[in-house]
Design a protein around this ligand. Structure first.
Ligand SMILES: [Ca+2]
Ligand SMILES: [Ca+2]
Length: 292
């Protein structure tokens, strides 16, 4: 282990004045096999020498101008001497981040630790495939409806790569208390929160890291405003017209709809109209400018 550290230190130090010539391409055969998260590597034909470095790192297109740094190194070891007839070197390792797919190269160096050479051509290049079943994390949050409505179930929470995308990567619905739990892998997403009758709310660039993120808490839920009957993202005359068309109806009436009964009181009445008028001309973007 001490030796490994000293190798890494040396690599870092040499980085400081990195104008090395390309090391000679070693005449080795590299076979890489992935079994689950384990990477099995076999290097046949290891060069002789008292400081032979084996390194697995990112593929460097322009190696002289894109030097190795420690984050690039997935595996490094140093062999003191490879006697004739014992020039095969095998090892097994795991990627630093096993959930991240990527293309890497096995390099085998001689005397120059900063610049272990790539085998000829595409030698030693391999692609690590993160397992498709990389564990999903959980995004939690609480949504409130600005009305006298106590049942906050059925609010749709969608995670999208971009808020304007048609399809969601993952979605969840709130429980009666407004809480949702959405399963999704690490990444950055736009969240779209909607329920008929309310202005959809968009939370952009939510970063899910190490399997978790929180959009809001029970004490400070994200609020949705009533009045957007047609889910256009704005409360306008069109919504008012739809509400008036069903005004004074009750649940059994064919003109009744929950999308105009904002408080789910069972009737479309003055209180629903009042909520719509209170939010008249509001649009989704106004959420971001609001105090909460
Ligand atoms: Ca509308
Ligand atoms: Ca009502």
């Amino acid at each position: 282990m001490r030796k490994l550290l000293s190798v890494i230190l040396t690599v870092c130090m040499v980085m400081g004045f990195m104008t090395v010539a390309m090391a000679e391409e070693p005449n080795v055969t590299v076979v890489v096999t992935q079994l689950g998260e384990d990477i099995h590597v076999s290097v046949d034909g290891m060069p002789e020498g008292d400081e032979v470095t084996v390194l697995v790192g990112n593929v460097f297109d322009d190696y002289a101008n894109d030097p190795i740094n420690t984050n690039d190194i997935m595996y490094i070891d140093q062999k003191e001497f490879v006697p004739e007839g014992e020039d095969e070197y095998t090892f097994v390792f795991k990627m630093r981040d096993t959930a991240q797919s990527g293309t890497y190269q096995v390099r085998v160096g001689g005397s120059n630790l900063s610049n272990p050479a790539a085998p000829e051509g595409e030698g030693g290049v391999f692609t690590y495939q993160a397992s498709g079943g990389s564990e999903d994390g959980v995004v939690t949050g609480y949504i409130a409806l600005v009305s006298s409505r106590s049942d906050k179930s059925g609010i749709l929470v969608e995670a999208k790569n971009d808020k304007d995308d048609e399809t969601a990567i993952a979605s969840a619905s709130t429980a009666e208390n407004g809480k949702f739990e959405l399963s999704i892998g690490d990444g950055t997403y736009d969240f779209v929160i909607s329920i008929p009758g309310y202005i959809p709310r968009i939370i952009e660039n939510v970063s899910v890291e190490n399997g978790e993120a929180s959009l809001s808490t029970e004490a400070e839920p994200l609020e949705l405003w009533a009045g957007d009957v047609d889910s256009s993202g704005a409360v306008s005359a069109a919504d008012l017209g739809m509400l008036l068309a069903g005004f004074n109806t009750i649940a059994d009436d064919p003109k009744y709809s929950e999308s105009i009964d904002f408080d789910i009181s069972g009737s479309v009445s003055a209180s629903d109209l009042g909520m719509l008028l209170a939010n008249f001309n509001k649009v989704s973007d106004h959420y971001n400018n609001s105090a909460d």
